[in-house]
Ligand binder design. Structure first.
Ligand code: CDP
Length: 239
């Protein structure tokens, strides 16, 4: 069944959300923009939108096949996905297997430390406050989610981590960390948003080659960033 695309509902730094003729669904269009440092650094990499849409579609499909509930329905075109419309919870849920990024600045942990079991962190999506880290007590006090919903978010995150780690490892890739966002639909918690190298750290397992947005954060050329995303696309989507 083909869908009729309606008006623009929301516009983010790297994605646009459009309504569809079925009000329970929305279209997620991935832009070619790449941003870092809360949007202070920004560029356009032609083709990036379709690489990220394809990677997100493949990984959400993989999670679905493993019963890790998420919003993905199908691809609409190379840079757009049809997903279930969710009532989004304004929290970023980060899951870490290996220490890098903000955690090594915040805590006395050495870069590259492999955790015995994954670490989960919550960050409030609040630009004005610089997305502060919060815990489950804050989430309940701010009425962002109930205890039961937080338990469900943690369980889905840990299950997603297991499935993604195994899948990526079968392709010679190592998953250091990733970020998920969640929403509600008919009282059920689902994973929403995106799942691609803009929101995960993935390295080649044998060479350590960086294949994610850290390249852009650290000043690599746009061509190098695009080549890394293309390589990740080939290894995740085409094999
Ligand atoms: O990216 P940064 O070092 O600032 O923060 P982090 O807390 O170390 O990021 C952990 C993981 O979450 C990385 O895979 C980031 O790409 C992802 N992340 C994200 O997708 N969006 C954010 N606003 C912050 C982190």
């Amino acid at each position: 069944m083909s869908h009729k695309v309606g008006g623009l509902i929301a516009s983010g730094k790297t994605k646009l959300v459009y309504s569809l003729d079925d009000p329970s669904l929305v279209l997620l269009r991935f832009k070619d923009d790449v941003t870092a440092l809360d949007g202070k650094k920004r560029d356009v990499i032609p083709g990036k939108g379709s690489l990220n849409a394809g990677i997100s579609a493949r990984l959400f499909q993989l999670l679905k096949e493993n019963n890790v509930h998420n919003h993905y329905i199908k691809m609409y075109d190379p840079s757009s996905l049809i997903v279930r419309k969710l009532d989004m919870i304004p929290v970023e849920v980060v899951c870490r297997n290996v220490a890098t990024g903000s955690i090594v600045k915040r805590l006395p942990i050495t870069e590259g430390t492999v955790f015995d079991s994954p670490i989960i962190e919550f960050f409030l999506k609040d630009d004005a406050r610089g997305d502060p880290m919060i815990n489950s007590w804050h989430m309940m006090a701010l009425k962002l989610a109930s205890k039961c919903e937080i338990d469900e978010i943690v369980e889905l995150t840990l299950r997603a981590n297991d499935v993604l780690k195994k899948f990526l490892s079968s392709r010679g890739l190592m998953l250091l960390d990733f970020k998920l966002e969640f929403g509600r639909r008919n009282g059920e918690i689902l994973i929403g948003d995106e799942l691609d190298p803009d929101c995960m750290r993935v390295r080649d397992a044998s060479t350590g080659k960086v294949l994610d947005k850290d390249l852009y954060r650290k000043g690599a050329s746009l061509d190098e960033v695009k080549k890394a995303y293309e390589e990740l696309y080939r290894r995740i989507v085409e094999t």
